[in-house]
Design a protein around this ligand. Structure first.
Ligand code: FAD
Ligand code: SIN
Length: 538
């Protein structure tokens, strides 16, 4: 039996990264009752680890058109150019909001804002707080949330949406005929029980899915939960084959992949091969500052060609400036045995960002009434086949602002009704009884994705991945339906669902574009089309 949280929330938000928190602030300011549920400690999010910064046009030598062209170029013909323009034009205003909320961006000695440069940008336009931009943003947003009338629940894991279609199937009377969101089921890890929460509007701000891969820059929360929940609620997934591999993460035997921000290359540091020679010029006229897909593939190629387990970033050329500009990266490399002032940093690519997700309109609405999505979980059309560096934090704040306005209008117009949500029915086998099997399943899943659905793909490898994932999915779902749920079971259930969606997307794309490179179709197709994968209703 589930426990009902006696709530009268207008908006329930899942996730406390930049998207969820920014959205909450705006809707709460308008006087609506907002609750945020987050699955770990409130600051634990991809946002908290963002290093390079947030891209926006703020300097005299730059303009919107240049930012638009760079974004379209990186996106390899698949961005929605109207959306790109709409989102990027709001950037400078949203940067002002962040400054007002207390984010103190790094500045130069003369007081001007310090702007970093990253791959694919024709201008310096990345605002940053040294190399800990995400942490500074997360802290500022949380401090402001604490001053608002927003209830924030930590260690609550959103399991599934409750929709009117689902409720009717279970015999609950719901007004009207169409499908819409009624609320959601959440696992309360503090009390180890499932709760139901009713709400007319739910926002999914659950972030990315880097944990589908063996090697990733993402923290453990990034398990694709929002995409999996939306798929089970009947929504398609868009462009999920475009998984961005960050070119430079610190190579370590442990498998831990600490990000070395691209802003390092923006300061003139070059990638060098096993003979200490720069090699990117061979691959792209922008060399070390080419878009990420190009750099990651070039590194993959160099490593395969030379047999070396990594390439290196020639950081000693920055001398004592390196620790000053990149104190967090410097400290983290030192902790792992690399003094970047003396030795080049050994680096390898790792899964970093999901360009696809739940398709949304420019106001964050989805095809399911009452369901909104914002941040990395959503697919707006901004990134196309490859995201331009530092456009992600920007997209989240811009879209949160627009989405919040849309949610306020939705709430104003809605007809209030009281709905009884169907009770959650738990299995009786403790999931912990199957812990060993589940952890083997997880390991196999991550390895399959890394080995067969990586930087360079082929139809044969993708088909192999699909058949392995099907077996895993069957096993995991068998446990799920009989088990008393817990966090690790819920996460692995979502991971296998998202992995399957990624592979299905990749198999649908019969060309190489942006981040999707396949040996069987090495060229661009004439028409650039989005991939839509139908829902996996399980
Ligand atoms: P997140 O910040 O990931 O937040 C998701 C939230 O949802 C978390 O609170 C999580 O706990 C919660 N959650 C997830 N599932 C559930 C569930 N089932 N129930 C309850 N809660 C749930 N982008 C840039 O633009 N510039 C950068 O410099 C940059 N650097 C990066 C560096 C690293 C190491 C990484 C990993 C990413 C970086 N990115 C960068 C990408 C960027 O940080 C993310 O895309 C962005 O922060 C996503 O924000 P979000 O709010 O959508 O998701
Ligand atoms: C980085 O700092 O290199 C990451 C930037 C991003 O992912 O946008």
């Amino acid at each position: 039996m589930s426990k009902r949280i006696k709530s009268e929330y207008d908006l329930v938000i899942v996730g406390s990264g930049i998207a969820g928190l920014s959205f909450a602030l705006k809707v709460a300011e308008a006087g609506y009752r907002v609750a945020i549920f987050t699955k770990k400690d409130k600051a634990e999010s991809n946002t908290n680890y963002a290093q390079g910064g947030i891209a926006a046009v703020t300097s005299a030598g730059d303009d919107l058109e240049k930012h638009v062209v760079d974004t379209l170029e990186a996106g390899d013909g698949l961005c929605d150019s109207q959306i790109v323009r709409e989102i990027l034009k709001d950037g400078p205003e949203r940067i002002k909001d962040l400054i007002q909320l207390g984010v103190s961006f790094s500045s130069l000695d003369d007081g001007r804002i310090s702007l970093g440069k990253e791959g694919g940008h024709s201008k310096r336009r990345v605002l940053h707080v040294k190399d800990v931009t995400g942490k500074a943003i997360e802290e500022a947003l949380l401090a402001n949330i604490a001053k608002q009338d927003v209830t924030l629940f930590e260690h609550f894991f959103a399991i599934d949406l409750v929709t009117s279609r689902k409720a009717r199937k279970l015999g609950v009377k719901v007004e009207g005929s169409g499908d819409r969101v009624l609320g959601l089921y959440l696992y309360d890890a503090n009390k180890e029980r499932v709760v139901t929460v009713a709400a007319p509007v739910v926002l999914l701000a659950t972030g990315g899915a880097g944990q589908t891969y063996l090697y990733t820059t993402n923290p453990s929360i990034a398990t694709g939960d929002g995409v999996a929940m939306a798929s089970r609620a009947g929504l398609p997934a868009m462009n999920l084959e475009f998984i961005q591999f960050h070119p430079t993460t610190l190579h370590s035997q442990s498998g831990d992949r600490f990000l070395i921000t691209e802003a390092v290359r923006g300061e003139g540091v070059k990638l060098i091969d096993s003979k200490s020679k720069p090699f990117l010029k061979k691959y792209h006229p922008l060399a070390d500052l080419a878009p990420r897909d190009v750099v990651a593939r070039a590194i993959d190629r160099e490593m395969k060609r030379s047999g070396a387990p990594f390439v290196r970033l020639d950081t000693p050329r920055m001398k004592g400036n390196f620790p000053k500009r990149f104190p967090n990266v410097y400290e983290n490399c030192l902790k792992r045995g690399v003094d970047a002032v003396i030795d080049p940093i050994p680096v390898v690519p790792a899964a970093h960002y999901s360009c696809g997700g739940i398709p949304t309109e420019i106001d964050c609405s989805t095809k399911l009434k009452g369901l909104f999505a914002c941040g990395e979980v959503a697919c707006t059309g901004l990134h196309g086949a490859n995201r331009l560096a530092s456009n992600s934090l920007l997209e989240a704040v811009v879209m949160a602002h627009r989405g919040a306005e849309a949610v306020c209008s939705f709430l104003e117009e809605r007809k209030k009704e009281k709905v009884s949500l169907p009770e959650w029915v738990d299995g009786d086998v403790p999931a912990s009884d199957e812990r060993v099997v589940l952890s083997h399943n997880l390991d196999e899943l991550k390895r399959t994705m890394w080995d067969y659905v990586g930087i360079v793909r082929s139809t044969k490898r993708l088909e192999r991945a699909r058949s392995r994932l099907r077996n895993l999915e069957r096993e995991i779902n068998e446990y799920y339906w009989n088990a008393k749920v817990d966090l690790s079971l819920l996460e692995v259930r979502n991971l296998v669902c998202v992995a399957e969606l990624i592979v299905r997307s990749a198999l649908k794309r019969k060309e190489s574009r942006g981040l999707h490179y396949t040996l069987d179709y090495p060229h661009l197709a004439e028409e650039a089309e989005n991939t839509l994968v139908p829902p996996l209703r399980r």
